[in-house]
Design a protein around this ligand. Structure first.
Ligand code: P6P
Length: 327
């Protein structure tokens, strides 16, 4: 019987892929995993705790804040701060980035961008939700306070990115630029175990994922592409939870689209802590990710923390077909 390969073992075995990591980078990934296990426990019991519903506020980008959003946000921040190597966090739940004081006499070399609980409005109805994270090396000096320039970096500068999907099972998927691996949580031993080694997205697929309710607000080119998918008999699958839709697309092939609409002329999804980390993962798995104008998501400059972008992401054949209608 083969021993299960845990996330911790995999991270340590591969930590040399990050220059001058000296174990610090591994600590960062491991702490994200630990926080994910705790969030998983709470998400799985949400119906039994007073964590359903929202706390009556809206976040920096106008989304109604669910109680669990704040819980996940505070937990992730606590664990990242405790590593001593994270200098600060840019989170969907916080209007401004948060900087950390020095800890354990370690050098705060990295910053983390985070959507602590994406799709959280689905929690009350038991639909999968997820955590999205990206790790950058800070640009400012390690002994200085972080500044906005440490966070507003292009996707190409990402050292690592991934997500934790709290679904029928809980899986942590991440890349450090050398392929994509998935680790399924085994509650029997309390560890994420390698279950999806070197994930590759199929070059094409028969599933398109878009909120059909906005069809009338899409550009004619996007509507033409959606019509072509429907006429080919492709399946429409949309959960309202980006991490779940992207994970299905990654595993089965297909395309996820959140185009610009009258309501969201720049798209709804956030470039820094949703689009770029997930684009890093999908590209590393052999897929593509662009905005409606054909700009590669990983190259789009970021000027503000909560900047939004339309996104077409998934199997390269389908993304190219969608874009060909815009050219
Ligand atoms: P809509 C969840 O709020 C989210 O940020 C993503 O997880 C999801 O893909 C999208 O918004 C859903 O938005 O407008 O279709 O409800």
């Amino acid at each position: 019987m083969h021993a299960k390969r845990t996330l911790d073992e995999y991270i340590i075995e591969n930590q040399n892929s990050i220059p001058d990591a000296a174990g610090e980078f591994s600590d960062l990934l491991r702490h994200i995993g630990i926080a994910g296990k705790i969030i998983n426990r709470i998400v799985n019991k949400a119906g039994l705790l007073d964590v359903f519903g929202h706390d009556g506020n809206v976040n920096a980008t106008g989304d109604v804040v669910q109680k669990l959003d704040l819980y996940a946000n505070d937990l992730m921040i606590e664990y990242l701060q405790n590593t001593g190597v994270c200098a600060g966090v840019g989170s969907e739940e916080l209007e401004h980035y948060v900087g950390f004081e020095p800890r354990h006499n370690r050098q705060r070399k990295y910053v983390v961008v985070l959507d602590p609980l994406d799709g959280s409005s689905n929690i009350d109805v038991n639909i999968s939700v997820g955590t999205i994270f990206g790790i950058y090396r800070r640009k400012s000096a390690v002994d200085d306070p972080v500044d906005i320039g440490d966070f507003c970096q292009k996707g190409e500068a990402l050292l690592a990115a991934g997500y934790i999907l709290y679904g029928t099972s809980t899986i942590l998927v991440y890349t450090t630029g050398n392929g994509v691996n998935g680790f399924t949580y085994d509650s029997g031993i309390g560890e994420f175990c390698l279950s999806h080694p070197m994930l590759k997205i199929p070059e094409t697929g028969k599933t398109y994922s878009v909120n059909q309710g906005y069809y009338a607000q899409f550009s004619s080119e996007i509507r033409n592409f959606i019509d072509a998918c429907a006429n080919k008999g492709h399946m429409l699958r949309y959960t309202g939870s980006m991490v779940a839709d992207i994970h299905r697309t990654l595993c089965k092939g297909g395309i996820f689209l959140y185009p610009s609409t009258a309501k969201n002329p720049n798209g709804k999804l956030r470039l820094l802590y949703e689009c770029k980390p997930l684009s890093f993962v999908v590209e590393q798995a052999g897929g593509s990710s662009f905005d409606e104008l054909g700009r590669r998501i990983m190259e789009i400059p970021i000027t503000e923390l909560h900047q939004k972008s339309p996104i077409l992401i998934g199997s390269t054949d389908l993304v190219n077909e969608a874009l060909s209608r815009n050219r």
